[in-house]
Design a protein around this ligand. Structure first.
Ligand SMILES: O=P(O)(O)OC[C@H]1O[C@](O)(CO)[C@@H](O)[C@@H]1O
Length: 418
């Protein structure tokens, strides 16, 4: 990892990072820190068993959830599953309850009419409006289609003890997975929240967890000099202190676009408080270099870039030789597309740095379940540290309650009015 910050300046944060590292456990919602180090064999076996049943009995798994209750699963699925068609042994996994679009839900129901369906409804609080409304529709749809058999086709992932969804699941006899009470929504992807949906899609969840365990082991290091997640957190903080207000996460594989959305919630919802914090924005290169590249190179100097690159991409393609060479590109015919991507990354980093855009580079060996598990944990660890450096609580989201309150007030007024 490198950027235009001086290592000695970064290491000036050593003591402060050490102190934050030691006090982090004071927060209630830090169960995710050690979770990958614990023995989850029984849980993973249970998830694999339910996933195998769903894959055997359904064409589509409908995941109902919003925010951290679906973004992680969708991110992993899009990053690791084929761009076109399904993974071997996997089935289609679609998402609902992530918006308030009736058209979206109606179209999904029509699509499902010719498919065999299971539903996994996920909500930590058990009462978030978007998934609750979508689950109301899905539940009645499933009951209409499957009658008494519906009970086995609805799986609920929620709190172990409380919440409206927990009550519904208990009453209806739906199978349940638990969201640990000490893990908040945007930090919950490595729990049944993310693991069941991606197992059904065909992801090797044990490899994902092995990578997270590797990260949890390596990044338990409190010494800033040896903890890349903390270094990344300090670099972000130093650039924010220097007046940069936007972080642009840029990756070079289109399958990471939904991973961007998970990353945005993690950092945006953890840090955007007290009118402070970096705005997390994302781009996919080289595609977006032809869209927003002009602004990055010569627009307002308010952003820095974090380039995320995987050296090895499954199924990479070599540029073919063409004897006609009418396009003049035979000089590339001995390279793969990902090799060219890597060179485009280097060119981008040099050009943007010259344009006074500081560049942080995060490099991983391969885009696979193991390294994605490592990266997820890396970002969660960095995010918690970064928010603490900003002196905000990394684990609450009071601001989101504001819109919910306003919406409920208006809905209640409406109810009274009608
Ligand atoms: O899983 P739940 O409780 O439905 O919450 C979904 C999302 O909504 C939020 O609570 C914000 O309202 C996020 O933090 C969370 O990931």
């Amino acid at each position: 990892m490198n950027c235009s910050l001086d290592d000695s300046d970064i290491l000036k944060y050593k003591k402060r990072v050490q102190a934050i590292h030691e006090t982090l456990p004071q927060y209630a919602l830090t169960g995710w820190v050690d979770s990958p180090l614990q023995d989850h064999d029984a849980l993973l076996t249970s998830i694999e068993r339910v996933s195998s049943e769903i894959r055997a009995c359904a064409d589509v798994l409908v995941v109902v959830g919003v925010g951290g209750s679906f973004l992680g699963a969708r991110a992993i699925q899009e990053a690791l599953m084929p761009y076109f068609g399904l993974a071997k042994g996997g089935i289609e996994v679609v998402y609902v309850g992530l918006n308030m679009s009736g058209a979206y839900i109606k179209e999904l129901l029509a699509y499902l009419d010719t498919k065999q369906v299971y539903v996994n409804v996920i909500s930590k609080s058990g009462g978030t409006m978007e998934p609750a409304l979508a689950f109301r529709v899905m539940r009645l749809y499933m009951e209409e289609r499957y009658g008494e058999k519906v009970t086995e086709r609805i799986v609920v992932t929620t709190d172990a003890e409380k919440g409206i969804l927990k009550g519904i699941a208990d009453e209806a006899g739906y199978r349940q997975f638990v969201i640990p009470s000490d893990i908040g929504g945007r930090y919950s992807v490595l729990t049944p929240v993310g693991l069941l949906p991606v197992a059904v899609a065909g992801v090797d969840i044990r490899s994902l967890m092995d990578g997270a365990r590797h990260a949890a082991t390596e990044l338990a290091e409190s010494d800033l000099a040896y903890n890349d997640a903390y270094k990344y957190a300090v670099m972000r903080h130093m650039l924010y202190e220097k007046g940069y207000t936007i972080e642009l996460l840029a990756s070079f594989e289109p399958g990471l676009n939904k991973f961007h959305e998970w990353w945005k919630q993690l950092f945006g919802e953890s840090e955007g408080k007290e009118y402070k914090g970096l705005y997390p924005s994302t781009v996919n290169f080289s595609t977006d270099l032809h869209a927003i590249g002009q602004f990055i190179q010569e627009g307002s100097r308010v952003m820095f870039e974090t380039l995320l690159h995987f050296h090895d991409i499954e199924g990479d393609l070599a540029v073919p030789f063409d004897a006609r060479n009418e396009d003049g590109l035979n000089y590339l015919s001995n390279r793969t597309f990902n090799e060219i991507n890597a060179i485009s990354k280097q060119g981008t980093a040099l050009a943007h740095a010259e344009g006074k855009v500081p560049v942080i580079q995060l490099e991983l060996p391969k885009l696979d379940a193991y390294h994605l598990g490592y990266l997820i944990y890396f970002f969660m660890k960095a995010c918690a540290m970064s928010a603490c450096l900003l002196e905000v609580n990394p684990f609450d989201q009071p601001g989101v309650e504001a819109y919910k309150r306003k919406m409920l007030e208006l809905l209640k007024e409406e109810k009274v009015a009608k």
